[in-house]
Ligand binder design. Structure first.
Ligand SMILES: Cc1ncc(COP(=O)(O)O)c(C=O)c1O
Length: 436
């Protein structure tokens, strides 16, 4: 979600000057976080340091998953850069090994990988793959999602139910916190959301688009990390398969141990057909990928002759292999569970009428900021809390369809000791921030 624009006149002269130059260089409207932007100079693990030496605990960035300035990744990439950097049309053992390792981290049935450079590109590949396999065009996403910014994938951004863009239609993002009708049971909710999916598939068929795939982020990260009615996702997958469609799991945010499982689809216990990955794969080196069965990937390659200049390169492999080594050798999956549990328990224990809900899993948590005594979203209050936390050296952001969710999503190397620092700051911020 966009944040309020920075009021430059209220900033220190040096910061305002750089922000003005940035507007000129980047064009007005290039988003900056926080009322007074953070001018960072370097990072180290979970810490960011600004030009004045102020230290911030990073609870926002998921790309540097094995830590800012990770020495193992930096030296692997540096050494590779100093040795060889070519595109993928040559044999290279590390590039092959990287694809084998990523595929091997998935459930049985995932056999081959197409590599790309961004989450958007991975999702483009997945859509093309599903359309090739099914011979149909229609794609279904949720109405408050974000899967990327190209013409095709950007068509899915905040697509209202009932509209069609580039062969895409949307369904309501499932949730339990603000159900479509108050008082509905979990079964009522599941029936409602499943019926909406079924009728959307029927509509695509009736209108001649056919049905190729449902694309979802298994944890609905951009939808505000809602709790999904138990049983809905499994039923949705069955509906999709019965209709001859494929399920695409966008793991760009959910993947690589973010939830404490390797993949969000494992945490949700659903079997997708195509999985896309991105952000954390290269710890900052652009790496993304799509895994599926050998048959699906081969059919895609024969139909599209896909080539991506920087993808499946030795540089990507060096970064990607080092990231997997770090996650495995440091057992980050376990530490994510430990730190995430501490955060979740600590935040849940904060009894404050402005906190409507605390949810999430592993190192991806959401604090729903509401008008006290209601479930009405309070984006202004959420923004004020984010600013208060920043004053206390804690960097978080807002998200969700109303920008009322405080999003906590630190690098995976965030430990229990960092969780305790944050919880202390959070409690102090609650006290410092007057409740209206
Ligand atoms: C769930 C999800 N999918 C895909 C993307 C797009 O990734 P990229 O910005 O690397 O194209 C994003 C980016 O925020 C995302 O959150």
């Amino acid at each position: 979600m966009t944040q309020p624009s920075v009021v430059k006149s209220a900033l220190p002269a040096a910061v305002a000057g750089l922000a003005r130059r940035r507007d000129r260089a980047f064009g007005d409207g290039a988003e900056l976080f926080y009322d007074a932007p953070v001018h960072i100079e370097r990072g180290d693990g979970v810490w960011l340091y600004d030009v004045d030496g102020t230290r911030y605990l990073d609870l926002y960035n998921n790309v540097p998953c094995v830590g800012h300035a990770n020495p193992r990744v930096a030296s692997a990439v540096g050494e590779q850069m100093a040795t060889l950097n070519v595109h993928s049309r040559y044999l290279h053992a590390a590039a092959v090994e990287y694809a084998e390792r990523v595929v091997g981290l998935h459930d049985d049935g995932f056999e081959s990988m197409v590599t790309a450079c961004s989450g958007t590109e991975a999702n483009e590949v997945a859509v093309m793959m599903a359309r090739t396999a099914t011979g149909a065009r229609g794609i279904i996403c949720t109405d408050s999602t974000y899967h990327g910014n190209s013409l095709q994938i950007g068509a899915m951004t905040s697509l209202p139910v009932g509209e069609t863009r580039h062969g895409v239609r949307s369904i309501t993002a499932p949730e339990t916190y603000r159900p479509p009708r108050p008082g509905w049971s979990v079964d009522d909710l599941c029936d409602h959301y499943v019926a909406e999916l079924e009728s959307t598939i029927e509509g695509l068929e009736r209108d001649g688009l056919g049905f190729a795939a449902l694309m979802i982020c298994p944890i609905f990260a951009n939808e505000g990390l809602p709790d999904v009615p138990a049983g809905y996702l499994r039923r949705a997958v069955d509906v999709v398969h019965d209709a001859g469609g494929l399920v695409i799991a966008d793991e760009v945010q959910a993947g690589f141990c973010r939830t404490g499982s390797w993949w969000g689809y494992q945490y949700q216990a659903i079997p997708p057909d195509i999985v896309t990955m991105g952000k954390p794969m290269g710890n900052g080196v652009p790496v993304s990928g799509v895994v599926a069965s050998h048959e699906l990937v081969t059919a895609f390659r024969s139909a599209h002759h896909y080539f991506n200049t920087y993808a499946a390169s030795p540089i990507q492999a060096a970064a990607g292999n080092a990231v997997i080594d770090e996650i495995v050798d440091r057992d980050l999956r376990s530490s994510v569970v430990a730190a995430g549990t501490r955060l979740l328990e600590g935040l849940t224990a904060c009894s404050d009428p402005r906190i409507g809900d605390v949810r999430g899993r592993g190192l991806f948590l959401a604090v729903e900021w509401v008008v006290p005594g209601t479930t009405e979203p309070d984006p202004t209050g959420a923004h004020a809390m984010v600013e208060e936390l920043k004053r206390r050296g804690m960097l978080v952001g807002t998200d969700g369809p109303h920008a009322s969710v405080i999003k906590i999503r630190p690098p995976l190397v965030f430990g229990v000791e960092h969780a305790d620092l944050f919880l202390d700051a959070f409690a102090a911020a609650l006290t410092a921030l007057p409740a209206e």
